[in-house]
Design a protein around this ligand. Structure first.
Ligand code: NAD
Length: 483
């Protein structure tokens, strides 16, 4: 394992060439050690324009390739990424602080699995034959598709590898060209992709990688040469993206935050799943959009559930992300840790209480925070309604299933939910009444490459992954002829 590996990425990738960055410089800090592990240069305004122009110039050629040709090129990229899995893994662990076992499964294995699926999906014939229509004259119709054009793909910090793949894999498969902009807090893995895409021999300009902060993101998302902006990040920035893209009426796909519910219905054996449930919402230190950190538990099970949960908190190990026993790494930056602590402190002064916690001493260095489960809060409390993005969950009892569903749907978000049910039929009945883009029943949680992911309300617009993800980058074309 190349634990100390940090990609030596000094250049942007524009037009399939390494380009010396001319914009702001960014220190990349390992959040587990507080060390600056790299300093990378961002794109200047001119370089944003160059990247969009490179993608524009490449578009006609890439869109004109057959699905088989595009598929082969994406598989070649996947081959190169696969030959560097250890380096990709080290890069993620060192820049995000994700525990190594989680980074391996949720990022590298899952991300590459999705890229392979997308590469195969490039070959699919999506023609729909609508058949005959006789008014006012007899005609036949087909619906085919054409790629949207140049895609600006902007990603958040928490899962740099798969968030990028969900976007660029689908966009390339659909025949679009891409300018990818990762978070400046975790840019290394994505810049490394740029280097590897050159090695994979993608045609010039099809895949461009730049970095920068809000100003670069703003220029990119409002650029007249961009046809579609696909964004993963907070709802606050998502709203700005929509406004910026509106300047050119570019389409948007927005994958934003959540406040997802974990519903425990009466009749469940809480001892069977309490540990799994707690270890899941606290995964990646709670820095996951679909963290199921709003626990709605039937009042008859409340005490038993808390008792069973104590075993999970015993298994939570906060610390060095390279230690295979660690399941909770650091927060990304000190200001984020303070924000998370602010939710805990605010809840306590609002009358809430800590019901379960890890109280181990934290490492001297690193932006760590111990996980807590908060109770005693009304459903209107800030910690219950807002995305915390840290290892903090809230628990509320409910009286009957109708109340559970009402509470679960009573947030501004609509991303995901989990229902723990005594039987599948009951779980399914409840799932069908939830306003959430993904509902898991009795656990699971894998993001299949062929199923949609995304949400409604402040969780976003559109879907990624699977056919739904590819269609975000395709326009339907109705072809009609007289018969
Ligand atoms: P963020 O919104 O702070 O930043 C995301 C990206 O937007 C960064 O690259 C940032 O540089 C860029 N940006 C900032 N201002 C911009 C502007 N005005 N114009 C264009 N780009 C701009 O998000 P984050 O803190 O990096 O990520 C955490 C958030 O992402 C959480 O809310 C989480 O729920 C969400 N998220 C959602 C999903 C999903 O699939 N729904 C997945 C992962 C994370």
């Amino acid at each position: 394992m190349e634990r100390d590996f940090v990609p030596d990425v000094r250049t942007l990738t524009i037009g399939n060439k390494p380009v010396e960055p001319a914009g702001e410089r960014w220190d990349v800090v390992n959040p587990a050690t507080e060390e600056v592990i790299a300093t990378v240069g961002g794109a200047s305004a001119d370089q944003v324009d160059q990247a969009v122009r490179a993608a524009r110039d490449a578009f006609d050629g890439w869109a004109a390739l057959s699905g088989e040709e595009r598929s082969a090129a994406i598989h070649r990229l996947a081959d190169v990424l696969e030959s560097r899995t250890e380096q990709l893994l080290a890069s993620i662990v060192n820049e995000v602080g994700t525990p190594v076992s989680l980074a391996e499964f949720m990022q590298v294995k899952m991300g590459l699995g999705h890229l392979r699926w997308q590469a195969d999906a490039a070959k699919k014939d999506r023609t729909q034959h609508l058949g005959a229509y006789d008014v006012p004259v007899p005609t036949m119709s087909d619906v085919t598709h054409y790629p949207v054009g140049v895609v600006a793909a902007i990603t958040g910090y928490n899962y740099p590898l798969n968030l990028a793949i969900f976007k660029f894999g689908a966009a390339l498969a659909a025949g679009c060209t891409v300018v990818l902009l990762p978070s400046p807090r975790t840019p290394l893995t994505t810049l490394f992709f740029g280097d590897l895409s050159r090695e994979a021999g993608l045609p010039d300009g099809v895949f461009n990688v730049i970095i920068g902060g809000a100003d670069v993101g703003q220029r990119l998302s409002s650029h007249p040469g961009v046809d579609k902006v696909s964004f993963t990040g907070s709802d606050a920035v998502g709203a700005k993206i929509m406004e910026q893209a509106a300047a050119n009426l570019s389409g948007v796909t927005l994958e934003l935050g959540g406040k997802s519910a974990n519903i425990v219905l009466p009749g469940c054996d809480v001892e069977d799943f309490a540990v799994e449930m707690h270890l899941r919402w606290s995964r990646n230190g709670g820095q996951g959009c679909a963290a199921l950190a709003r626990l709605l538990v039937h009042e008859s099970l409340y005490d038993r559930f808390l008792e069973a949960g104590a075993a999970a908190f015993d298994q939570m190990k906060v610390g060095d992300p390279w230690d295979p026993a660690t399941n909770i790494g650091p927060m990304i930056r000190p200001d984020h840790r303070e924000r998370v602590q602010g939710f805990i402190d605010g809840s306590l002064s609002d009358g809430g209480e800590v019901l379960l916690s890890v109280d181990d001493p934290l490492p001297d260095k690193g932006y760590f925070i111990n996980p807590v489960l908060l109770g005693g809060l009304p459903h209107t409390a800030r910690a219950v309604q807002q995305e915390i993005f840290g290892p903090v969950a809230v628990i509320l009892p409910f009286r009957d299933t109708d109340e559970a569903i009402r509470l679960a749907n009573d947030t501004a978000f609509g991303l995901a939910a989990n229902v723990w049910a005594p039987d599948l039929a009951e779980g399914r009945r409840v799932a069908e009444r939830l306003r959430a883009g993904t509902v898991w029943i009795n656990g699971g949680g894998a993001m299949r490459p062929d199923a949609p992911f995304g949400g409604s309300g402040r969780s976003g617009i559109g879907r990624e992954i699977g056919e739904w993800g590819i269609h975000e980058y395709l326009e339907p074309r109705h072809i009609q002829w007289r018969v």
